[in-house]
Unconditional design. Structure first.
Length: 157
């Protein structure tokens, strides 16, 4: 499957997980769709890497068309996010940097290369902000699959 069509050729984001599971961030609520096979494959791989009691159950797929697409400085601290679980992110396509920032500390920049995996263990989100900044020289696309543990009520419950 072509990288850009992993979600949909017209969408910049995709949300996959247990049917009906909801994830709210940036004042928007997204309902999970059943994972397509490639997302399920990486979900299983992410869970094998972290070996937790419960599984990561929600995936955000982001497309970065080029170096002008970014994610601003933030912490993943949404109400429904289980902060005791790591966040696992897979990167495909162009290399982009993730930068971690914390007052009183030097910034930490990590290149997210094609095929790389980043595991953000707790309590990273308690103390560090992170971002994927603009990189004007990057002309190629990047896709990220980011898995997390969400705990909330499903629509059917």
């Amino acid at each position: 499957m072509h990288l850009r069509c992993m979600v949909s050729c017209t969408e910049k984001n995709g949300f996959y997980g247990e049917e009906g599971l909801k994830y709210t961030f940036a004042n928007n609520t997204f309902t999970a769709k059943k994972p397509v096979p490639i997302v399920k494959k990486y979900e299983d791989y992410a869970n094998s890497l972290i070996q937790m009691e419960k599984e990561l159950n929600f995936c955000v797929v982001n497309e970065y068309r080029d170096g002008l697409d970014k994610i601003g400085l933030h912490k993943d601290n949404e109400r429904d996010l289980n902060s005791l679980y790591p966040i696992v992110s897979f990167s495909f396509g162009a290399t982009r940097d993730i930068i971690f920032k914390r007052k009183g500390f030097e910034n930490v920049s990590i290149p997210l290369e094609n095929g790389s995996v980043l595991i953000m263990y707790p309590p990273t989100n308690d103390f560090w902000y992170h971002e994927i900044p603009i990189r004007k020289r990057v002309k190629e696309p990047r896709i990220s699959l980011t898995f997390r543990r969400i705990e909330n009520k499903k629509e059917s419950e």
